[in-house]
Design a protein around this ligand. Structure first.
Ligand code: CAA
Length: 240
């Protein structure tokens, strides 16, 4: 039977490429989205991938949504915590709301997505947890105190989960994309974006598919010994 994969924020940007790649690899894929019904419907129409709407920032909504996916498709073997938002501002202008929204989605959202699935993965002695962090969780970024804090936190989550899950055949790994050509990056003011591209030795933005490739590698059954690691995919912009 095909393994089941869930991708949060899986109908747009990097998440859409991950959903499509996992489907092409033979997984039964479910993608979640937060708000854009039209885009999600178009994505399902185009790909045949089922989409589910819930707010990853809510534990109760996540738990109920995940239970629905498992009722429809079977136990989730691979979970990709990809949903993320930005609320960029220099620290002196950052509001408590901008801080909290990013924490709720990018950090608590990972807890809310993985925690309800963890007991089932332990019981079945199999699981692949893949968290999409960011280059900016590794190096920090002007204007992203909130976002960088969550993405660095994501690395702490996977390193700890890896130690707890290893005995149960569960791996937890992170991917740190650099600047990828998605709506999120295109929303950065053009002048700032051009300056950032100037700092990327590859001389270009990454493609969402280049991140999806890393996910497919980590999701594989044969990747069991790769646990607690961080894969950077950033065109040589930054090394840990
Ligand atoms: N380093 C040093 N100084 C910088 C700077 C930088 N990287 N960026 C801006 N500044 C300077 C500005 O030149 C300005 O200086 P002056 O006042 O002397 O002119 C000062 O900092 C602050 O400027 P503003 O008060 O006008 O700032 P703002 O309110 O317009 O906000 C910003 C600026 C929103 C933070 C903007 O710089 C920005 O969007 N930066 C990009 C942040 C970024 O990289 N986001 C990534 C989004 S994509 C993503 O997150 C995906 C991923 O994982 C990689």
């Amino acid at each position: 039977m095909a393994k089941v994969a869930l991708v949060t924020g899986g109908s747009r940007g990097i998440g859409a490429a991950i959903s499509k790649t996992l489907k092409a690899e033979g997984y039964e894929v479910a993608a979640t989205y937060a708000g854009n019904d039209e885009k999600a419907a178009a994505f399902t129409e185009e790909t045949g991938i089922k989409t589910y709407k819930w707010n990853v920032g809510s534990y109760e909504d996540s738990k109920a949504g995940l239970a629905q996916v498992e009722a429809d498709l079977g136990p989730i073997d691979v979970v990709v915590a990809n949903a993320g938002i930005t609320r960029d501002a220099p620290f002196h202008k950052m509001s408590p709301e901008q801080w909290q929204e990013v924490i709720d989605t990018n950090l608590t959202g990972v807890f809310n997505t993985v925690h309800p699935l963890w007991p089932g993965m332990r019981e079945r002695k199999y699981g692949r947890v893949i968290v999409i962090s960011s280059i900016n969780g590794q190096k920090g970024q002007f204007g992203q105190v909130n976002y960088a804090a969550t993405k660095a936190g994501d690395l702490g989550i996977v390193k700890s989960l890896a130690q707890e899950g290893a005995r149960f055949g569960i791996t937890a790994n992170a991917i740190c994309p650099g600047y990828i050509g998605t709506e999120m990056v295109m929303a950065v003011p053009e002048k700032v974006r051009e300056a950032i591209i100037g700092q990327i030795p590859a001389g270009r933005l990454g493609e969402p598919e280049e991140i999806a490739r890393c996910v497919a590698f980590l999701a594989d059954e044969k990747s069991e010994f790769i646990n607690g690691s961080t894969i950077s995919a950033n065109g040589a912009q930054f090394f840990v």
